[in-house]
Ligand binder design. Sequence first.
Ligand code: BTN
Length: 243
Amino acid sequence: PGLAVEVVDEIDSTSSELMRRAREGRAQPVLLAARRQTAGRGRMGRAWQSAQDAGEPASLTFSLGLPLLPRDWSGLSLAVGVSVAESLDPSNEVRVALKWPNDLWVEDRKVGGILIETALPQDGTAERYLVIGIGINIGAREDTGMSTAPAWIAQWRPDATAPRLLREIVPPLVAHVLLFGDRGFVPFAERFAQRDILRGREVQLSDGTTGRCAGVGWGGELLVQTPAGMKTITSAEVSVRPT
Ligand code: BTN
């Protein structure tokens, strides 16, 4: 079936809406984009605030919902990041970088984030309803004082508008998610490595461990060389910061 596309002016959260629908048994492939979210959610229970410029939303917020049954879910958020980064920066000129597990960075600033959630379907099929929520700050003043630092996609893409970026990002994203469903993270591993912001850097994990990041493995796990040996981090609930 085709992908239904819905664009709304305002909603609490595009991801919350698709999760609600899935719980009601509406688990079709759909793209839901919103000009404004009143209760945008980030990872680990954080709020996700859209960039505002002179009262105008200057960000792209959307969620893609579709049923999927991959052999292994690990690395999905990295594959999604690769897809979005490649769409924003096809020739890899500007270095839209990726910070494990799912942030988009430009020049040491976070420009976007990915929130992945799944709902169990009502109809007893093995597939899950996957909701991929993506927020990208296109342009914002520096002084907005937001917790998520805004960065300026618009600086190097003056033609960037939310509808235009959506048209560029979504078709390859759907194809990449289906490819992930068939083949897992392997087809994305090398492409992630090219944009990996942490590889080769000293990092600190949220449990306090420090070490040198050795990149990611074939399942999307983060590899950190510590004094106690190589640590393999699979949980997306670990936060990592460069030291
Ligand atoms: C993060 O950086 O922690 C993830 C941010 C994800 C934000 C997007 S915006 C569209 C979708 N709806 C939400 O409420 N969150 C995601």
